[in-house]
Design a protein around this ligand. Sequence first.
Ligand code: 5GP
Length: 207
Amino acid sequence: MSERGLLIVFSGPSGVGKGTVRQEIFSTPDHKFEYSVSMTTRPQRPGEVDGVDYFFRSREEFEDLIRQGQMLEYAEYVGNYYGTPLSYVNETLDKGIDVFLEIEVQGALQVKKKVPDGVFIFLTPPDLEELQDRLVGRGTDSEEVIAKRIERAKEEIALMREYDYAVVNDEVALAAERVKRIIETEHFRVERVIGHYDNMIKATVKR
Ligand code: 5GP
């Protein structure tokens, strides 16, 4: 009997380091889940590969896919669309393989409505000073933009209550390890295996 895979949604506030922790998780082969490559309309950065880092598409193409109902979720973030193509997720889950999404919070909340039995993991900053240091360290934003991002991060942190797990990103390797352990343990939840045992009991022949 092949169970459907779990949909794992890894999310958290802007600037918390979701991408870095995700890369750390996938840098070693000790996991069974697959990464769902997102689609975006933002320009490709140097070193990024189409189909590996993202599917880079035009706004028109992206909006067509939205209209055709082919996105599991999508959000507009800093003027660009980001979204999860539905077909890859469904096909992979149907094969019994877990799928890992790394997405921002608005998208995660959409997935929660559509797939309530997904595993929702929220990455948190150890504190707001740390987040501010990280945003300043990137060197890409003005003081005013950083202040706005911090305000937004506070609102986003409050959304943690919609998730199943909170993981602190105090150290990348540790955070990655915690996420992997959560996913492993999730498979042992009684509600996820009870169907199998119910069938086993029903199929038992009386002697
Ligand atoms: P970046 O442009 O730095 O690669 O990503 C910006 C933000 O978009 C990050 O917070 C990232 O997690 C989020 N993101 C990446 N892919 C998706 C997606 O498919 N859906 C949503 N909602 N957000 C995404």
